[in-house]
Write a protein that binds this ligand. Sequence first.
Ligand SMILES: Cc1cc2nc3c(=O)[nH]c(=O)nc-3n(C[C@H](O)[C@H](O)[C@H](O)COP(=O)(O)OP(=O)(O)OC[C@H]3O[C@@H](n4cnc5c(N)ncnc54)[C@H](O)[C@@H]3O)c2cc1C
Length: 607
Amino acid sequence: MAEYERSQHDVLIVGAGGAGLRAAIAAADAKVSVGLVCKSLLGKAHTVMAEGGIAAALANVDDRDNWRVHFADTMRGGQYLNNWRMAELHAKEAPDRVKELEAWGALFDRTADGRILQRNFGGHKYPRLAHVGDRTGLEMIRTLQDHAIHLGIDVFMECTVIALLKDGDRVAGALSYERDRGRFRLHTAKAVVLATGGIGKAFKITSNSWEYTGDGLALAYDAGAELIDMEFVQFHPTGMIWPPSVRGILVTEGVRGEGGILLNREGRRFMFDDIPENYRNQTADNEEEGWRYTQGDKSARRPPELLTRDHVARCIVREVREGRGSPHGGVFLDIAWIKRRLPNAAEHIKKKLPSMYHQFKELADIDITEQPMEVGPTTHYMMGGIRVDGDTQMSTVLGLFAAGEVAAGLHGANRLGGNSLSDLLVFGKRAGDYAAKFASTAAAPRLDPTAVDTAARQALEPFAASASGNGAISPFQIQHELQASMQDLVGIVRNEADMTRALGTLSQLNAQAAHVAVSGNREFNPGWHTALDIRHQLIVAEAVTRSAIERKESRGAQFREDFPEKGADYGRFNIVVRKGASGAMELSRRPIPPLPPELAQVIEEMK
Ligand SMILES: Cc1cc2nc3c(=O)[nH]c(=O)nc-3n(C[C@H](O)[C@H](O)[C@H](O)COP(=O)(O)OP(=O)(O)OC[C@H]3O[C@@H](n4cnc5c(N)ncnc54)[C@H](O)[C@@H]3O)c2cc1C
């Protein structure tokens, strides 16, 4: 084996967002040695961008809330494709995880009597999101990081994992490269936790940061793990759309939670036009009732702007397609209108939504206390991901765990806002606990030197392609074409013909990727980094497209204009993607186990 920088740990955690940090804390608490690798600087993970809050049935603002309501809301939002065990654990454990965060120093907004304040969010029956203005992710990362750094965890920053290594059927470690110096690092570990986040950069318009290239999903897939629910990509209804340079940046659902309304170019509040049958009982049927709900009136039902994200996004697309959109191809989101209801509205908006106020003022020259915002859907979140055991978070590969956005199951066909940050805390902890448990009884793994050298050699191929100059192609061009194709052909409204074309494009891009070329040297070389990222993006894009073709129905985040209704049978299985023996992608259907009677009863009671 060639010479590499080396490290050895019981548990290696890949990713330092909310899930990775929480897993690291849990594993370190179990007194095993922990290594934590992250692509960017510690504290810079995508979690830091989270705005609206953490969903947990603390019942601080509405005492009717409890885990059963949260569980039923999550299952309904996911259209019952969820892993019900995860939904149960999540609803039961989220309150303790939030209180623990508070005990570690997180400064949440407060109720008048000093408890953690909770706000309304789409799909949640009661005000449930613990928050810090609209900067909740920042507080969460700060708190977790402050707590973690005292636990003796070895941190490898600006270090990207490019391959998982195995010893027979079990995971044995990972190979990474240091982004600044370009050197390889070999990590040996008895257990590995993937916490690498989502895939947003597979699309052109996204709220996600540069790191979201789906690395964890592709690494797990290559290592033999199963992925599920890959067709379910969440398009958040409200991203900025103007000016073009800021297109896709998120406008938090908190705006609607605080009373913001959606209007078309005719000034009509179009969300009242289409309320899904399964939410009719819980949704206000007039504007007055909707406003009272946002102000805490327990007898009122929520306004239709707070329906689930999949539905709101589709209503916006409908308005735009039918010619009632805003000048730049979206609709209007208006919070300034609350001036008609609240005497101190401008101050109230600035206090509740400080980031949104600054974001629009600085990026779009819009004062949201005076003017409406122009918004449209943006690729936001990946419901699909690595299939894990609900209790332990172990994937289908021995010793390989996953938590956070990279894992699948909790959210089914559609995630409710706020349920990601709670997911990170609940299942980050579980992944860390069980990875540590696994590592304490596992023997030290053996690394296969040939596999290590092969992974390193393949990573350097783009430099060789550049030297040969033979039909070489730029990684940026491939990435750009991949994003455009996914946006146009596998986006918010899908059909078989478009998606088949997308598969054709992906196949061409795969062929081109074999000749991708980069110049320069290995020290901080963005071309080389992108050449390695697109390998992951191509796997993820193909899995999304194939799964979306396979699901011949519309459900949750997947809308097929050629199959606009739900298919009865499609509610009974998840679509599984795995790498076949030939190296080709294989799909299968995995039946969803029946709900235990006590959980079925909870859902029935909450209807
Ligand atoms: C603008 C915005 C606002 C949001 N607001 C909310 C909200 O209010 N409430 C809510 O519940 N959810 C919200 N979400 C969603 C939520 O923030 C994310 O789903 C969540 O933060 C993901 O956390 P994570 O720990 O899984 O991954 P991340 O926080 O993205 O962390 C991923 C980590 O993996 C590392 N990594 C990735 N690939 C590699 C690799 N190959 N090698 C090494 N390291 C790697 C990265 O460097 C990073 O450290 C929001 C999302 C966005 C974009």
